[in-house]
Design a protein around this ligand. Structure first.
Ligand code: PLP
Length: 347
């Protein structure tokens, strides 16, 4: 078995594997409807919202696009801090939806401060909670609050793709109106599902847009346990099975993920590697490559030990490498990975 140390897709949860071994359900039958509704309720708990969660067939990017399309109209002004590849993507999605986008450019590895987003005149703020490309974690509650004080009518949309089930998240309690995530990260399921969580305030502001991505149509169908289209019902089963297992012990799970990521940073520090982010997300540990060492050499040293790692993206390509234990790893396996990390650098 290869050690999947990439920040998505990740090593699968055994409950996901078991669920995927079940016979095919037809999506317009009662057992499928019950499963769909169960998954929606569990996701609502995971996002901590009194609103609703829509399950879409697609990846996290699709969920980001659906959020932007259905909550904002062309010509509306949104503020998008850019501090990594995925916040850059949020800006590009908003531009492609015809919004007027003010980018707040920051060096990759940094996160915006609340003062920078406390600017009036915006219909929305789009933020990435855990910026997987740099390993940085934005202070979402403080940023949402600062923005909403300046824009009481404005909506806060967040990318929670690598924070859901990895780090505490909450919609209404944090002043976040909508969030996007996916199945192949903290949920420890295969890729193929995107989620859009909508607070009660966001639900009131939903407008029909697009066709496949029209969330008003999806909402109507999903309230009945169906999707307007053929859903990836097998994956919905996997998501429900994992959430049922993890949510009752969420605090311990989040503590484990934090401990495991800290362990990776500790090893990196022992090896003299420089960490990329200032504020660290527990989803991924990102390190600068040592002077004169190409990414290929590090990747191969891990590959010789049957481990798959990730490199840099955008301007960080060829400059950093990233390791993640976001998948299903217990404490002992994480210690094994830490030993493997040291060995790889002894080559
Ligand atoms: N946002 C973040 C923070 C991510 O880490 C990723 C994937 O790595 C995405 C968005 C895009 O998700 P997907 O590749 O599922 O479309």
């Amino acid at each position: 078995m290869d050690w999947l140390l990439t920040p998505g897709p990740v090593r699968l949860h055994p409950k996901a594997l078991q669920a995927l071994a079940r016979p095919q359900l037809h999506h317009r039958t009662e057992p499928a409807r019950e499963l769909f509704l169960k998954a929606r309720t569990l996701l609502q708990e995971a996002f901590r919202t009194q609103g609703e969660v829509l399950i879409l067939t697609g990846s996290g990017t699709l969920a980001m696009e659906a959020l932007v399309l259905n909550l904002f109209a062309p010509g509306e002004r949104v503020l998008v801090p850019v501090y990594g590849k995925f916040s850059e993507r949020f800006a590009e999605i908003a531009e492609s939806a015809g919004l007027e986008v003010d980018r707040l450019e920051l060096p990759y590895g940094k996160v915006p401060t609340p003062e920078r987003v406390a600017r009036p005149g915006y219909a929305g703020l789009l933020l990435v909670h855990s910026e997987t490309s740099t390993g940085a974690l934005a202070d979402l509650p403080a940023l949402a609050q600062a923005f909403r004080e300046a824009n009481p009518e404005g909506l806060v949309g967040a990318d929670m793709v690598t924070s859901l089930l990895v780090r505490e998240v909450a919609l209404e309690a944090w002043g976040v109106d909508a969030a996007a995530s996916g199945s192949q990260k903290g949920l420890m399921c295969p890729p193929g599902l995107g989620f859009v969580a909508l607070s009660p305030r966001a639900l009131e502001r939903l407008r029909p847009r697009g066709y496949y991505l029209d969330l008003t149509r999806e909402l109507k169908a999903q309230r009945e346990g169906e999707s307007a289209w053929t859903p990836a019902i097998n994956l919905v089963g996997a998501v429900a099975a994992v959430l049922e297992e993890v949510l009752p012990r969420l605090e311990a799970h989040l503590a484990l993920k934090a401990w495991q990521n800290d362990l990776l940073y500790q090893v990196g520090e022992e090896l003299g590697l420089l960490a990329v982010p200032e504020a660290r997300s527990p989803a991924v540990a990102a390190f600068h490559l040592p002077e004169g060492v190409p990414y290929r050499a590090v990747k191969e040293a891990f590959a010789r030990r049957h481990a798959v790692i990730a490199g840099g993206q955008g301007p960080l390509k060829g400059k950093i490498f990233r390791l993640s234990l976001m998948g299903h790893y217990d404490r002992y396996e994480a210690l094994g990975v830490a030993a493997l990390f040291k060995e790889a650098f002894a080559d």
